[in-house]
Design a protein around this ligand. Structure first.
Ligand code: DGL
Length: 260
């Protein structure tokens, strides 16, 4: 298949989390057109096995490639940390992945203790362990699995008392350990930034990877001569694998349900 500059950029996640990445992509790449897939019939990915996540990624990527995407952003830490290498080996278009921002957190931390809130799938991945070994030699990393958070966010519950209690139970032990940076290692969790700001002391920095992913996407498009050559106006086409998708609570109503 010939890849053309004016083809779509594909972006996908297990649900609405990738919208936080899409938003940075749209601001940094206003000339580009996007296809967004929410695989919410199969969310959450974070509790699935590596084989199951791989199978989901193949299905979604095959769909995006059938729509002639020129590059795919895996807007999901769980899928990226488990499957990005397999995707790059299998398909011949560029892939941008996302990982918890622990390198940047290590550089910012003064207490030399950082917290990472992420899914079970991300924290147990080989890639996460490698990055952690490479960049946190003099740093203590407090890892916390965010069980239940993705499910609440998918339901559009971003601040109810159950969620506040759950989030407190995850971040308070990190505060006792003296973290000064909290890394959000799941794209869904960026929706919780307003709530986290209310819960956490002011000196705690909250880091996600959305802008870094958008910058890297720009760099790769430029390097591969794939930046769009015409401004077709901002367009995003949204697809969901679920019939009762909550994606519609987060986006304008131009979503299609797809089965694959
Ligand atoms: N938003 C995803 C991530 O970054 C997926 C979370 C999930 O489906 O468990 O990890």
């Amino acid at each position: 298949m010939k890849i053309s500059q004016n083809n779509y950029l594909g972006v996908f996640d297990s649900g609405v989390g990738g919208l936080t990445i899409l938003s940075s992509l749209k601001s940094m790449l206003p000339q580009e057109q996007f296809l967004y897939v929410s695989d919410d019939a199969n969310a959450p990915y974070g509790i699935k096995s590596k084989d199951e996540i791989t199978e989901r990624c193949f299905e979604v990527v095959d769909f995006l490639i059938s729509k002639r995407c020129k590059l795919i952003v895996v807007a999901c830490n769980t899928a990226s940390t488990n499957v990005i290498e397999v995707l790059r080996a299998k398909y011949n278009i560029p892939f941008i992945g996302i990982e918890p921002a622990i390198k940047s957190a290590s550089l910012k931390s003064k207490t030399k203790v950082i917290g990472v809130l992420a899914t079970r799938g991300t924290l147990s991945s080989r890639l996460f362990a490698q990055t952690s070994d490479n960049f946190t030699q003099n740093i203590r990393v407090i890892e916390q699995i965010g069980d239940g958070l993705v499910e609440s966010i998918e339901k559009g519950e971003l601040a109810n008392s159950k969620l506040v209690d759950l989030l407190n139970s995850y971040v308070k032990p990190m505060l006792y350990q003296n973290i000064d940076v909290l890394v959000l290692g799941c794209t869904h969790y960026s929706f919780l930034i307003p709530l986290l700001k209310a819960i956490l002391p002011k000196n705690i920095q909250i880091l996600d990877s959305a802008d870094a992913v958008a910058k890297q996407t720009f760099r790769i498009l430029k390097k591969e001569h794939l930046l769009s050559s015409k401004d077709l106006g901002e367009t995003v086409k949204y697809f969901s694998t679920a019939t009762n998708s909550t994606l519609l609570n987060f986006i304008p109503e131009n979503m299609k349900v797809v089965n694959f």
